[in-house]
Design a protein around this ligand. Sequence first.
Ligand SMILES: Cc1ncc(COP(=O)(O)O)c(C=O)c1O
Length: 511
Amino acid sequence: MLRTQVKTQVRIHVKLTLKRLNASYSAPKLSLKDINPHVIEAKYAVRGTIPTKAEELKLQLQEDPSSVAFDKIIFSNIGNPQQLNQKPITFYRKVLSILQDPSLLDTLKSKDCPASFKQQYPQDIIDRAERMLKDIGSSVGAYSASQGIRGFRNTVAEFITKRDGYKADPNDIYLTGGASAAVNYVLQILCNGPKTGVLIPIPQYPLYTATLALNNSHAVPYYLKESEGWSLDCNELIKAIKDKTAEGVAVNCLVVINPGNPTGAVLSKEKMIEIVNVAKEHGLVIISDEVYQENVYHGEFISMRKVLKELQAKNGSEYDNIQLVSLHSTSKGVSGECGQRGGYMEILGFSDELRAIFTKLCSISLCSVVTGQALVDLMCKPPVAGESSFALDHKERLDIFNALKQRSLQLWETFNKLEGIECQKPEGAMYLFPKLDLSENVIAIAKAKGLQPDEFYCLELLENTGICTVPGSGFGQYPGTWHLRTTFLPPGTEWISKWEEFHNEFMTKYK
Ligand SMILES: Cc1ncc(COP(=O)(O)O)c(C=O)c1O
């Protein structure tokens, strides 16, 4: 009999005996032994020990500013732009304000509406809000269709068609609570127990390994080549598949993050063709995580979908069995609306029975947040030239994009000036993942403290400067190498200078 069953029976027995004796019985609280072990096993470093410590220090700073060595915490552990003062896009928020309070439309149309108020809501904002309210049908406070509001999915399909030059179908699109919800859906469907393996790039965004752990399946790592700008080597992929297959694991899915998190690398078209061919030969579903598609500073973003469509157009039915899930989000790009949880997945090439499973899974959580769905519509169809909001909207987008690009270069240049740091040039996304050359002394001290060497560096950085980063060990890295991930979102350059000063002192102290 299982230990928990025995425990339950003992509890019932004790309870009944005490009842007979007329004594009161209080059952013990649950312990970790009583809960789902896969939840215990799952790890998510982006909100791990260093960010938790940063939250504690933030409180300490409020209560006793003299007790810490800095005057603010700089949260560069997470791609959360608005936490770091990035301004929301005005067009989004104005339309959303009407969706939240449709009576604003009556106010704006009334004769008594002050001109200064009317000016804040140009005609294209009113038109868009009216169209979206019609699509919603009732209210943003009502559940929508589980796959997402049809009119918004039409907008997404138009956006994809325009981006790739190949027609998209709104029936293939699911509006989700950020890309995270989509990852959860797909992996829940594909993970068929401990014998299932999913290819994950290393370093990776830890949502993937955490979700695989929750679903009791294997992450099959394939290492990206740091010395070649974190490029993907398909021989690594094939080797990983062969090794795992020999162990009896059925590898059924390949995750590609493009542009990469934490690496910032952007995939070339040639590389994507190779990836599709590996998927074709080995029967792998491709998850193409493209949440940073607007954040490309050098080179060009090409969607996996476009590459697949081109291959299908040129090669008849040869590529018809490829199953692709593409992800996008309102959290990144220049939108940065992380807290509003908007995203979509487009599923291509799946059989009707699998498509029905996707739809059923979405229906179990009823629908994604309707205002998040609305943001997906707004992200996919910003104002165009000739519309009244265009000039401001265009400027806001450009300013955010240029500031990100400039800061990525500035931080990268600083890192490469420093002794004991080597950093690949970021082509996209919101992060740098520099390699730390840490001395034997650092490694020994970290070990004595029960920390990984890169964790020790990040902790010292936090405690001395207030800069919160994530150790490379949280993303995966070649054994024996040490990294950290930082965003380049915090504005200004003061924090970069503080980091530089800290680093030089750290390297001297722990030579
Ligand atoms: C590569 C990648 N995929 C997915 C996500 C999840 O984003 P969302 O906020 O859309 O759930 C993130 C968030 O940082 C990410 O970096």
